[in-house]
Design a protein around this ligand. Structure first.
Ligand SMILES: N[C@@H](CCC(=O)N[C@@H](CS)C(=O)NCC(=O)O)C(=O)O
Length: 207
């Protein structure tokens, strides 16, 4: 299997973590989005990352790929079978990809991407708004949902992958969860990122 997309992307990281959890080997092509590589473009109709090619089968979108991997490599399961748990896992996948990602990525875009890759200055007011206004209600919500090592049920799942992935980029922007204000969230993020699968995915971003 070929995985397209730089490991800096939180969405690509979802796939790399899942593959590591499942022990599936893959070839990583760490391209940027909209890369003019015909093989990548064939796998990603709108040029977004991640995308995969698996023995001629192509697919883009991190959630679609996670579901594909789950059916193809069911063990260990990253999707619960219980109806309520499955619903909550899908909810957290969406929440991680949308509400949380859009705010969590702001410091990374402003402090890392813009100055180093886009030749544009950091907008400090955007970072302040994210940290002081937009993220606290999302962190409050997550703090209220954490009752153990995993967000859903008693096993690591797609919910944990999708919620935690963006916190790595948050850290690259020299931001962290205030453990005094959100102790459960801070510990949960730290413990999740210490899993071998996250460590492997973070190593892959250096390739
Ligand atoms: N819903 C998609 C989002 C993927 C996405 O937006 N990736 C970004 C990079 S982190 C991208 O390719 N952006 C380029 C664009 O939006 O055109 C997924 O889950 O894979």
């Amino acid at each position: 299997m070929i995985v397209y997309g730089t490991g800096y992307s939180p969405f690509v990281r979802k796939i790399l973590v899942s593959l590591a959890e499942k022990g599936v080997s893959y070839e990583h092509v760490p391209n940027m989005f909209h890369a003019p590589d015909p093989a990548f473009q064939a796998a990603s109709p709108f040029g977004k990352i991640p995308a995969i090619e698996d023995a001629g089968f192509t697919l883009s979108d991190s959630s679609a790929i996670l579901w594909y991997l789950e059916r193809k490599h069911p063990s260990p399961a990253l999707l619960p079978t219980d109806a309520k748990a499955l619903g909550r896992a899908v909810w957290f996948d969406k929440f991680g990809d949308t509400e949380l990602f859009s705010k969590l990525v702001v410091p990374f875009v402003e402090r890392v991407l813009k100055p180093s890759m886009m030749g544009r200055p950091c907008d400090d007011s955007a970072v302040t708004r994210a940290l002081e206004t937009d993220l606290p209600p999302l962190f409050d919500y997550l703090e209220s949902q954490i009752a153990g090592p995993f967000l859903v049920g008693d096993a690591f799942s797609i919910a944990d992958i999708s919620v935690v992935t963006g916190f790595y980029n948050f850290g690259l922007a020299e931001c962290s969860v205030d453990a005094g204000r959100w102790p459960k969230l801070a510990a949960y993020v730290q413990d999740s990122m210490a899993r071998p699968s996250f460590v492997a995915a973070i190593e892959a971003r250096k390739s």
